[in-house]
Write a protein that binds this ligand. Structure first.
Ligand SMILES: [Mg+2]
Length: 312
């Protein structure tokens, strides 16, 4: 018996948690929701923020590229609006009927013996609705979403739109100059692909609470920008797997040490440990997800280094 107990203690879970993006990761891009979402964002900018229609496309591209989401960018350059109203406008009219229950994915997720958490930039209403439509609402332990990363007490957004357009930073003009000499304004919105957003998600997911406390303390000491001892973050991140369809998000996850799975393409880009044409290919590409325990962390670390070339 004594021998058996020692053996059990020596075995440690290979992973602690799997973080899954939602949109275009748990359902395919060709569902059409993403295209509708882009149109709704443009309509919001014109109808609610008074932005010239001819500028919307360029503005969206610049804001998305520089701030992670158009919404985060709009706030950075000076637009003030109610977050719930924005989400309701952009997501509330999406054709959710295009999403169908996915029993194959449900069975896959339910059979993985590790904790699973959603990590999305979208709002909670949208995330809940999508999961319900896909029949996956009980497959995840929690949802880290816009409201989780941007709790109401930390939001400084006004309920009313800013009527003074003189206060808006002209980002199109900024990038049209050959040598822009002003810095881009900061956004108050926390979202992927910010490395801090991903690090914060690890903390919010209550991943390995003991290590997470020290992680959080280090974040505070570094003014939320990083770690004095990077290995601590790497050590924590090395027990997590992050699935996302965005290469930017994947690369941010990789930089902090997560195992990364790019979904929606079978071409493995830099920063992605694995690439899945579809989330349905999980089992073929990552069979280790169905093996709960590994004898020790050292052996696992060696194994990962070899397996990083797997593409499915
Ligand atoms: Mg996505």
């Amino acid at each position: 018996m004594e021998y058996e107990d020692c053996y059990r203690q020596a075995k440690r879970p290979k992973y602690e948690c799997l973080l899954f993006d939602l949109d275009d990761t748990l359902y395919p891009l060709n569902s059409g929701l993403a295209a509708h979402c882009r149109k709704n964002i443009g309509d919001y900018m014109v109808e609610r923020l008074g932005i010239e229609e001819s500028k919307v496309s360029d503005l969206c591209n610049l804001l998305y590229k520089n701030y992670g989401t158009t919404m985060a960018g709009l706030r950075a350059i000076g637009y003030k609006f109610d977050y719930d109203e924005y989400h309701s406008f952009v997501h509330g009219r999406l054709p959710y009927e295009k999403l169908r229950p996915d029993p194959v994915l449900r069975n896959l997720l339910m059979s993985i013996p590790f904790r699973k958490v959603i990590f999305t930039n979208a709002d909670k209403v949208h995330a809940t609705k999508v999961l319900r439509k896909l029949g996956l609402e009980d497959c995840f332990e929690g949802i880290i979403c816009f409201e989780t990363l941007n709790p109401p007490e930390e939001n400084s957004s006004s309920d009313q739109p800013d009527s003074n357009t003189n206060n808006i930073f002209d980002i199109i003009d900024h990038f049209s100059r050959s040598d822009p000499n002003t810095e881009l304004p900061m956004t108050p919105v926390l979202c992927k692909p910010s490395e801090y957003a991903t690090t914060r998600a690890l903390q919010l997911a209550k991943i390995n609470p003991q290590r997470t406390v020290s992680l959080f303390l280090h974040l505070c000491r570094r003014n939320l920008l990083g770690f004095r001892h990077e290995w601590q973050l790497k050590q924590l991140a090395s027990l997590q797997i992050f699935f996302d369809d965005s290469i930017r998000n994947i690369q941010a996850g990789k930089r902090i040490g997560l195992h990364t799975v790019l979904v929606g393409t079978s071409l493995r880009a830099k920063g992605a440990d694995y690439a899945l044409g579809s989330i349905h290919n999980m089992r073929e590409a990552l069979p280790e997800l169905w093996k709960e325990e590994e004898k020790d962390d050292v052996r696992y670390a060696e194994k990962v280094a070899i397996e990083t070339s797997v593409t499915a």
